[in-house]
Design a protein around this ligand. Structure first.
Ligand SMILES: Cc1cc2nc3c(=O)[nH]c(=O)nc-3n(C[C@H](O)[C@H](O)[C@H](O)COP(=O)(O)OP(=O)(O)OC[C@H]3O[C@@H](n4cnc5c(N)ncnc54)[C@H](O)[C@@H]3O)c2cc1C
Ligand code: FES
Length: 268
């Protein structure tokens, strides 16, 4: 375990449904809240599942005072059980885990690109970056567009797209990004941060490389231990000399620069 990571107990302060099957949960956990950086996650043992069940990873969405929050979507056994927890329930937590996003961006303008629950760590990042920029939020449908007000309240410019056109422009969020990257001189003055499905991350990375700007991508891999011990989450990376190596997304990531990532599957 690294120096800022701890096994601790948290107490659910409350939770509420937001939209599209997503929920917002607040947890009192002073040590995690104090140490958390944007892009880090907590590994949660869901109470009520058998003790052999794996922990579930969730990005930290906010950290203030002695509490932090997550945004999650109910997709299976663990998240459905999580959704049943009332205020006062106790959670076993490991965190904060992972490297997080860099926040030293010099004089470049940040562009955040988020899809679905991938917006959660970007909302936290928006509050901690030294400069405001543009948040590009995408989803399949209107209910998948999260945190729009968070970015706006922090003074970020917000643009939205949905695949079915029920909110914002119709199309993929990378369509919005293309408008900002138009012209290579403009691209090099930008720094990109993205979290969402692999297809979106890969498309953002390819555009950043073509435009000559850095892009920090938060990978979403299935995890078991969450602390670098089991190798369930490995990702192939490319070093500057062209050699490749395997990294652990949980402990070396989840954030990697686009040029490092070797995508194994052909693009869809
Ligand atoms: C670093 C990291 C940060 C994450 N942050 C968030 C977050 O902020 N909010 C959120 O809602 N979810 C987040 N996830 C995904 C979340 O961990 C899974 O949705 C959760 O573990 C599912 O548990 P379950 O028992 O409900 O579903 P399961 O019964 O385990 O699985 C149900 C379905 O979800 C799929 N699934 C499980 N884990 C993942 C995953 N990691 N990525 C994609 N699909 C998955 C399964 O293949 C299956 O189809 C994050 C994952 C990682 C690795
Ligand atoms: S989940 Fe075990 S090494 Fe990453």
């Amino acid at each position: 375990m690294n120096s800022t990571m701890r096994l601790s107990e948290g107490q659910v302060l409350g939770q509420e449904a937001i939209s599209g099957g997503y929920r917002h949960m607040r947890v009192r956990a002073p040590e995690i809240a104090a140490a958390a950086r944007p892009g880090q996650f907590v590994h949660v043992r869901v109470p009520g599942l058998d003790t052999a069940s794996l922990r579930r990873p969730f990005s930290i969405y906010r950290a203030d005072g002695d509490e932090f929050a997550i945004l999650y979507k109910t997709v299976g056994r663990g998240t459905e059980r999580l959704a049943e927890l009332a205020a006062g329930a106790h959670l076993s937590l490991i965190g904060p885990l992972g490297n997080g996003f860099p926040t030293d961006i010099g004089d470049r303008t940040p562009i955040l690109v988020g899809g679905g629950y991938g917006v959660a760590p970007l909302a936290f990042l928006a509050a901690r970056l030294p400069r405001r920029g543009v948040a590009l939020l995408g989803g399949r449908s209107a209910g998948d567009v999260l945190c729009e007000q968070d970015f706006a309240a922090l003074g970020w410019s917000v643009e939205v797209s949905t695949q079915d056109g029920t909110r914002g422009s119709r199309g993929l969020v990378t369509m919005l990004l293309d408008r900002h990257l138009a012209g290579s001189a403009k691209g090099s003055a930008l720094e990109l941060f993205a979290c969402g499905p692999d297809g979106m991350l890969r498309a953002v990375g390819a555009r950043a490389i073509a435009a000559g700007c850095p892009a920090w991508l938060s990978l979403d891999h299935h995890m078991v231990c969450g602390i670098g011990a089991c190798l369930a989450c490995v990702q192939k990376l490319r070093s500057p000399d062209g050699s490749t190596r395997q990294a652990r997304v949980c402990s070396d990531g989840p954030v990697f620069e686009a040029r490092e990532i070797v995508w194994e599957e052909p693009p869809r």
